[in-house]
Design a protein around this ligand. Sequence first.
Ligand code: X8Z
Ligand code: ZN
Length: 618
Amino acid sequence: MKNITKTFKFTAIAIVVATALVGCTQDKKNSDEATQAKQIAPKTLTSKNAQIFLDEVATEKVQLSLDSNRAEWIYNNFITEDTASLYAEASQKFTEAGVRFAMHAAKFDKVDVNSTQRRQLNILKQSLVLPAPQDPAKSAELAQIGAELGSIYSKGSYTTKEGKKLSLGDMTSTMATSRDYDELLEMWSGWREISPSMKPLYIRQAELANEGANGLGYKDLGAMWRSNYDMPADDFAKELDRLWGQVKPLYDDLHCYVRSELGKKYGEDKVPQDKPIPAHLLGNMWAQSWGNIYDVVAPDNADPGYDVTKQLAAHDYDEIKMVKGAEKFFTSLGFDALPETFWTRSLFTKPADRDVVCHASAWDLDDKDDIRIKMCIQKTGEEFSVIHHELGHNFYQRAYKEQPVYFQNSANDGFHEAIGDTIALSVTPKYLKEIGLIDTIPDESKDIGLLMKMALDKVAFIPFGLLVDQWRWKVYSGEVTHENYNTAWWELREKYQGVAAPIDRDADAFDPGAKYHVPGGVPYSRYFLAHIQQFEFHRALCEISGNTDPIHRCSIYNNKDAGKALNTMLEMGSSQPWQQAYKVLTGNEQMDATAILDYFAPLHTWLKDKNQGKQCGF
Ligand code: X8Z
Ligand code: ZN
C-alpha cells in the first residue's frame, strides 16, 4: 500500500488501512483458521515458540498485504460505492488480523527472546494506525467509516457563486496564483464546506480506534502513535517540542516579514500587524507551505530570475517527462531505474471520467517490484518537488525489500517522508542548468531570493507539521471534546503558526476534516520530523560528495558516493532502532535542527535586519 498508511508493514505512503482476502476460497479460510488456533494457544511461551509465531505471521502478512493493497489501490483509483465496500471489507480483515497478531505478540512480553525477535514482536504490537476493537461488528464499522471519510474528501468539490463546479485541484491552483482577497476567501471557505458531514463519522472513528488501542494496552490512540519511535512515548512528545524550540526563532522572523509584506499587498486593515495572518493569503489551501506567494514577499534585487513552473512549460515538460526527470536524479546516484510496470500501472493524471484519490501517494503493491505512484500531477515547480517526494518513497521501498517482512519499512516514519525531499533539496540552480531547464546560474547576490523561496516552503511548514497531531492527540485523549474540535484546531493554528481563520467559523464547521490526512487517518508528525531530518541528510550527503559550495547551493546530482551512503541507510529498513540508521548517514543518534538553521542562516540574518522596528509576534 501506500506509505502514508497504516499497515503492519508499511508499504505505501498514502492513507488508511486496508486488508484483504477478498476472493479468498473457503479452503484458504479454513487453513487460516487452523493457523490462528495454533498461534493463539501455544503450550509454552518460549523463544522457540516466538520464532514459530513470527514465521507463521510473516507468511500470512505477505498475502494479507497483497490482497489489501490491491483492494485499496482499486478503490483509490475508482471511487464508487462498490469499491468502497470491497475496500472496507479488505480493510476490516487486515485490521482484524493486525489486532490478532498484536495481541498474540504481547503474550511474549515477559519471555526471554533474542533482540531481533523482540524488535519484530514490538513492530507487530504497534503497527496498526487505527486498531479495531476485538468485535467483528465494531471492526466492520471502523473500516466502513474509514472508506466513507476517504470518499467524502476525495469526491469533495465546491460550486462557486457563479455555478462553476471546482475540484480541490482547481482550487489549489487559484489559492496559489490569485492575489484577489475575496476570490481567495471564496476558495478557502468553499473547500471547507466538504467537512461538516465528516464530524459524526470522525467522532465515532476516534471512539472505536481508542477502544482498539486500549485493547492493545495503550491509554489512547495518540499514546499508541507516539510509541512508535524507539523511545518512551512521553519522550517523543518532548523531543518534538525541543526541535520546534530550535526552529521557532527562525519561523517567527519569517512570519514577521511575511506578515508585513502581506500588509503592504492587501492593506493593514486586512492583515493587521499585531494579529495572526489570515489563513487564505499564504498561497496554499491549508497555509501549510507558502512558496506560492514568493512573488509577494520576494526580496528586492535578490530574485534568482527564474520560475520552475515557467521553465517546465518552456521546455515542454508534460507529466511523464516530469516523473522521468525526477527518476533521473535517483539513477544519477546509482539507483536502478524504475521497473517498466511503474510506468504502465501508476496514475499520473486526473482522470476525467471518475473519482480518484488525487492526494499524491507512493505504493508498493507486492513488496517486491510492483512500485507505483498515484498523483493528479499539475505541471508546476511545486508538483515537480512532490514527484521527487513520492519517488523517494518508491526508492526506499525497493532498497529495503530484501529485509525480513517485519523490517520492510523506514527507520521511523519521518525517514520515509524525508528521502524524496532530501533529493529535492539538490534541485538547485546548478542542477537545473545541468539538465537544461535554465540557461544561467544566478550569482550569489541572489541567494537571499533562493533561500526565501525555500524557507516559504520548508520553514513555514514546520509548525503546521507539528500541530496536526497535537490536535489529534488531544482529541484521542479526550482533552478536546466534540464541541470544541474546531475551536481547539484554530487555537493550535494561532499558537503554532500564527495564522487565523479569515472569517468566523460556523458552529458545525470541522476544518481539520478539510485536510487529507485527518479523514485519511494518516499520522502527521512524520512530516514534521521529515522537515528536520531532510536538512541533516542533505548536509551529510553534501559532505560525502565533497561539496564546497554553501549548503543551499549544493547538489548531489550524479554523485555515486552520496548515492551509496544514502542506500546504506535505506536498505537497513527498520531492522535497527532509527537512531542507528540515522547515525549511519549523519553520524548522530539524535535529531537536531542545526542543519536547517545553518542552511537558512544567511536568510535569518537578513530577516532580522528587515524586521528591525517591526512589531513581530502574534
Ligand atoms: O502528504 C504528503 C505527500 C504524500 S506522503 C504528498 N505530504 C504532506 C501534505 O501534503 O500535507 C508531503 C508534505 C506534507
Ligand atoms: Zn510522503
